[in-house]
Design a protein around this ligand. Sequence first.
Ligand code: SF4
Length: 352
Amino acid sequence: MTLLKERLTAEDGLYLLTKEDLHVVQELANQKRKARVGDIVYYASTMHINPTNLCELNCPLCSFYAKPGWKKAWFLTPEEIEAKIRENLHKGLTEIHVVGGLWRDCDLDYYKELFTRIKSIDQNLHIKALTPVEYDFLAKLHDISVEEVFDRMMSWGLGSLPGGGAEILTEEIRKKIAPGKITSDRYLEIHKIAHRKGLRSNITMLFGHIEEPEDIITHLMKVREVQDETGGFQTFIPLKFHVENNTLGKRQDRLKPKDVRRIYAVSRLMLDNVRNIKVLWNYVGLDEAKEILEWGANDIAATTLDEKIIKMAGGTTLQMTDELLENTISSIGRIPKKIHSGYDYCKDDCLS
Ligand code: SF4
């Protein structure tokens, strides 16, 4: 196989995922990463805002949601969120990442006030907000199109979309792990609408639950297809499923670190048209994130402030600083670069 010259087929991907020697897969992914994006490793300083964990759904994969009256439920007003951001501004924030449950009190009026307040703190704070699942919910709530939702949100300061809610883009699995969520086609269509509006987005893949290798390859092929059409994905983020505090996790924890690394490497190799592959250090731990930078990744996520979704599912809770992330990146001979999601990657000196 001349892997670095030709576009891989689904069959190639499946072979790399299930049969090829692990060292060969790593070597190829590392070569591909170097050729595609060079040695720079990105990170950001992100404050996570989850306005509420109240949600109309109760997805089996979710450790985050609550129902009214539950002890773990919360709802933050835009005013309270503004105060939280102001408290943390001195920590070098570059972006605000907003996602939450599907809840009718978080409607367009709520987001108008929230985004306006964020921009009043600092016009340069990048707002990366809401998943396609939430945009679909808002469109239905207000009986308007998703296009109209984007138009309004952009006029209030929306800068880009995070990548959540993708799970696995095959209906059979999706129906089991998140039965109430929009279909794969609808999920991708909303990304395409965002891209056509000039917004860029990230996209995740949740693996390590009940999916088969074929489902992972289907997911990667669908992402690649959309990217061929729009070019709007800026980062792909594989996420290993966390087993704590959700009904699905009670049965599953089957992947070893080498399996997880292989999935990052195969993502780099299959997604020849997506520039950035991100590993979330707070998902896999800092040491493992450093390792995965040698398996095709070129982004180690952020000095994350106030992140709740991953913590509630059992993720790492280490207090991260710019210095620690930069030292981690430099220790493997790579070059740290602090950015936010509105960053123009083309400014970097790379071969793409
Ligand atoms: S995954 Fe999202 S939509 Fe599903 S229950 Fe959790 S918060 Fe609600």
